[in-house]
Design a binder for this molecule. Structure first.
Ligand code: DUC
Ligand code: ZN
Ligand code: ZN
Ligand code: ZN
Length: 461
């Protein structure tokens, strides 16, 4: 096999530019970008009439994660195959601090899950569940292990939820050591009461999951987390923002000059809470937290993506099978494992809903799905763009080809897709991870174990 590949004349798309040139891949790296590159001894790929995008970076996934009395059904192999087919070449997963254990224990467990299975590149955030002085000191040691972000939950009372002193102490430490803190912002205490009210009234259907988690309680938690971060003097990344209430808090903080960043996840732009209201328990497929909102909230998210208030679109890929997993909550919505799949669908549906439907530009698609995630999470200079010296993580994108999304042609281990029957124009045709062609049309060519852990740089945006 030749070590060099030249992609001839694709339309290269970065966060800032769109231009036609050749791209030379030498081993794992992009070694040149230029017009009519004179190269012998290279495999030639015709890129004419196609886009060449930086490989997608998904900074919010849950592979092989114990949760809700079960475990997510995609591991680091099936999840990676799905990601690769969707044009995502790097993801950052969440390693959960085990009860009674530390942050190193979390990382050891998750490294083990990924090592021999990985097809695409990966990193980890650590979820802090209990903070004592020892764990606080461990936050300072994370950057040396290539981990430069932590996450805390303001919801899931009694399971993952931390209190405000934990948030505040962790933010102060993050500020000092260049770690970016992330929060899941919903008021878990009030939600816990509301869930009990619904169940006491005999309301057991999936729709009550959404009705017991009002947008106001996301707005409140978002505002509280921002206030704590501003007082601590730390940056903050707010995951999966879904509604006007929380986006207003984000915008106001940014207008004050605070380093507060926001993410939304693909599915919030395409579905509303009414999707949970389906016969035969089917609404359980749409149970995730925060829940789906209203049409006006979808519009607020699109607007925030367009004007730069939101920096990132990721998936929160957290797949549970309808048969045997979602079904745990057939008689009680609070027992439905929370989470939806989307690691493969993200780039295609964001290209469709964002670019084809004229909500933002192609360059913005690249910014939201690759370049901004790389910058905020310490991968800049290696990943998230197309330039000499960058990892050859590339997607040859056929923007004229149509596909009908269906569980029949997607690759996750899950037994459904939220987007069943959705038609998209624009699909990945070839996908390279550090120079290795892993997807060619419908053929998977990747090798488990070739995906590599990516140590990340400290936060310095
Ligand atoms: N929300 C989900 O829907 N799943 C995983 C965790 C979360 O916060
Ligand atoms: Zn969350
Ligand atoms: Zn409504
Ligand atoms: Zn999540």
């Amino acid at each position: 096999e030749k070590m060099k590949t030249i992609i001839r004349n694709p339309t290269i798309v970065t966060a800032s530019d769109t231009f036609i040139a050749d791209v030379l891949i030498d081993n794992e790296t992009i070694s040149a970008v230029g017009v009519e590159l004179d190269v012998r001894d290279a495999t030639i790929v015709d890129g004419e009439g196609k886009y060449l995008l930086p490989g997608g970076i998904d900074v919010h996934t849950h592979l092989d994660m114990p949760f809700g009395g079960t475990k997510t059904c995609d591991d680091f192999y099936t999840g990676h195959v799905a990601a690769a087919f969707g044009g995502t070449t790097t993801h950052i997963d969440f390693a959960i601090q085990p009860k009674g254990g530390g942050l190193k224990d979390a990382l050891n467990i998750w490294h083990e899950k990924a090592r021999d299975k990985a097809v695409i590149d990966y990193g980890f955030h650590v979820i802090v569940t209990e903070l004592n002085d020892q764990v606080l000191a461990e936050i300072a040691e994370l950057p040396a292990q290539g981990v430069t972000s932590i996450k805390m939950f303001m919801a899931y009372k009694g399971i993952l939820q931390v209190d405000d002193d934990t948030l505040f102490k962790a933010f102060e430490m993050c500020r000092d050591v260049g770690v970016l803190p992330m929060v899941h912002a919903e008021n878990g205490c009030a939600i816990d009461v509301l869930v009990k009210h619904e169940l006491a009234k005999g309301h057991s259907d999936p729709i009550y999951h959404a009705l017991s988690r009002p947008a106001k309680l996301e707005g409140e938690a978002t505002g509280r987390a921002i206030a704590l971060a501003e007082v601590a003097g730390s940056p903050l990344f707010i995951v999966h923002m879904t509604c006007e209430e929380s986006l207003g808090q984000l915008r106001a903080a940014q207008d004050r000059g605070a380093k507060i960043y926001g993410e939304s996840c693909t599915h919030y732009m395409f579905f509303t809470l009414h999707d949970l209201d389906r016969p035969d328990f089917e609404g359980a497929k749409w149970v995730c937290s925060p829940p789906f909102r209203e049409k006006k909230d979808q519009e607020a998210i699109w607007k925030a993506l367009r004007n730069g208030t939101l920096s990132v679109v990721s998936t929160d890929h957290c797949a549970f099978k309808f048969d045997g997993q979602k079904s745990l909550g057939r008689d009680d919505f609070s027992k439905i494992p929370n989470g939806v799949p989307g690691i493969e669908e993200r780039m295609m549906v964001m290209h469709q809903g964002g670019v084809n439907d004229n909500r933002f530009s192609l360059n913005q698609l690249v910014a939201l799905t690759a370049t901004n995630p790389a910058r905020l999470f310490g991968l800049e200079g290696r990943k998230g763009s197309i330039a000499a010296g960058y990892d050859a993580d590339l997607v040859l994108w056929d923007f004229k080809a149509h596909a009908t999304l269906s569980k029949e042609n997607l690759h996750s281990a899950v037994d459904y897709t939220l987007y069943e029957g959705h038609v998209v124009k624009g699909v990945p045709q070839k996908v390279w991870v550090r120079g290795e062609l892993v997807v060619d049309g419908e053929t998977f060519l990747g090798q488990p174990g070739n995906g590599k852990f990516q140590p990340r740089k400290v936060f310095e945006v």
